[in-house]
Design a protein around this ligand. Structure first.
Ligand SMILES: Nc1ccn([C@H]2C[C@H](O)[C@@H](COP(=O)(O)O)O2)c(=O)n1
Ligand SMILES: [Zn+2]
Length: 162
């Protein structure tokens, strides 16, 4: 057997796969999001997933989605996967980079994406497309010239024994 393999992962499968795998680290019981930031020449620069900031215990801070007291919901504490991936990068500039994410970025992450110089967003799910947050995100990225498009699922199943 000396022929080159033909069933290797495409770049998009590889980077979205890494983003999805990162999301599997999330402790959020409802939505796990993963992100992978890639250079223009296809080198992985950073990864992230949604969770609470360092020092804010996953066991002590709330994971609830709603409740009378907003301070008892996850929303005021969780850091989104995209922001974590941007903040996890210690190599200098992200100018010109691509960002793969399993869920469309919210308006707050869009601000960080734009300001860090990321030029392209490849997302999988867009389940919050009708919310003001995602609408604002698209408006800002359109204005700033950040391109975004949905990942084309290959429907390939990957099994990894750990
Ligand atoms: N692009 C996004 C959108 C959301 N997240 C995080 C924030 C929360 O931890 C979770 C959403 O929870 P849900 O309202 O669906 O219960 O996902 C993110 O990291 N990136
Ligand atoms: Zn966000």
């Amino acid at each position: 057997m000396s022929e080159k393999r033909t069933d290797y992962l495409s770049w998009d499968e590889y980077f979205m796969g890494v983003a999805m795998l990162s999301g599997m680290r999330s402790k959020d019981p409802n939505t796990q999001v993963g992100c992978c930031i890639v250079s223009q020449d296809n080198k992985i620069l950073s990864m992230g997933y949604n969770g609470f900031p360092i020092g804010c215990s996953d066991d002590e801070f709330p994971w609830a989605r709603d409740g009378e007291d907003p301070l008892e919901t996850k929303y005021v504490y969780s850091t989104h996967s995209e922001l974590n991936a941007i903040l996890n990068y210690s190599g200098g500039s992200l100018a010109g980079a691509k960002l793969y994410v399993s869920l469309f970025p919210c308006n707050e992450c869009a601000k960080a994406i734009i300001q860090s110089g990321i030029r392209e967003v490849i997302y999988d799910c867009d389940k919050y497309a009708d919310t003001p947050s995602v609408k604002a995100s698209k408006r800002m990225m359109d204005a700033a010239g950040v391109r975004y498009h949905q990942y084309h699922r290959s429907n390939r199943k990957i099994e990894i024994e750990l």
